[in-house]
Design a protein around this ligand. Structure first.
Ligand code: ADP
Ligand code: ADP
Length: 226
């Protein structure tokens, strides 16, 4: 089943740069899908379009088979799309749990009070084997731990499709190993992962398929098991 389909995506920025020149991109439910290509190929632009941070100049997007205009990150989140940015957007003086629940609207079945939130964040971290204390302050965490918080934040908002933009660029080898274990665990729980990377060894180890873009165009889609 296809959870995301992008057809003929073109993006021209206001300065005239054509970052995407007709990209096709398709992601299946429950896969780890790599998006690869050299610097400037248009990867970040494509991901910003999926997450509603940029609007395509032309082209169509289907989420779970339905044609959709992703007009804002809020809409992307409500569609179950989560983004783990390269530069973390966390509040350093707040705790892990406070950051995770920050900005989540109280909704049915999710009553936000501090104690309950701490427990929920703890349970979620345990479930995916992410060792980070809900009570720790962000400013006291390592980069690898901050990344876990970003992932938890997306999951807490109901993400089923998780986008990670060059997540290993800031990690030690040990932290990279931990991240891959977490992502494999998410996959086995039915989550879909889009993994932006140009490191082929990582892609081979982690991913099911890889889409390659070059100079704003789709260059190929390969099955990593072949
Ligand atoms: P990648 O993520 O593959 O490195 P990007 O999508 O960041 O590629 O960039 C593709 C091209 O678009 C580059 O030439 C880049 O300079 C340009 N670009 C990216 N963001 C903007 C922007 N906000 N405004 C203008 N040009 C941009
Ligand atoms: P990344 O590839 O991870 O987005 P960059 O350092 O290429 O990181 O870009 C940092 C930010 O600057 C991004 O938000 C990108 O969209 C923006 N940007 C990149 N190139 C340009 C450009 N030529 N003009 C304006 N903004 C740009």
């Amino acid at each position: 089943k296809e959870v995301l389909r992008m057809e003929n995506i073109v993006k021209v920025y206001s300065n005239g740069v054509m970052a995407n020149k007709g990209i096709n991109f398709s992601v299946l439910a429950g896969e780890i899908h790599a998006l690869s290509g050299e610097n400037g190929a248009g990867k970040s632009t494509l991901m910003k379009i999926i997450f509603g941070e940029e609007q395509p100049t032309s082209g169509d997007i289907y989420v779970n088979g339905e044609k959709t205009i992703i007009s804002s990150p809020q809409l992307a989140i409500s569609l179950g799309i989560g983004m783990v940015h390269q530069h973390f957007m966390l509040v350093p003086s707040l705790t892990v749990a406070e950051n995770v629940i920050l900005g989540v609207e109280p909704r049915k079945g999710l009553l936000i009070n501090r104690k309950k939130a701490h427990r929920q964040v703890e349970e979620m971290a345990d479930k995916f084997n992410m060792q980070v204390s809900p009570r720790a302050r962000i400013e006291d965490l390592t980069v690898g731990q901050k990344q876990k918080v970003e992932i938890l934040k997306a999951l807490f908002r109901g993400a089923k499709i998780l986008i990670l933009d060059e997540p290993t660029a800031v990690l030690t080898p040990q932290e990279t190993t931990e991240l891959f274990e977490e992502l494999k665990r998410l996959k086995s729980n039915g989550y879909t992962i889009i993994f932006i990377s140009h490191k082929l060894n990582e892609v081979k180890e982690l991913c099911d398929r890889i889409s390659i873009i070059r100079q704003g165009r789709s260059m190929g889609l390969y099955d990593m098991k072949d």
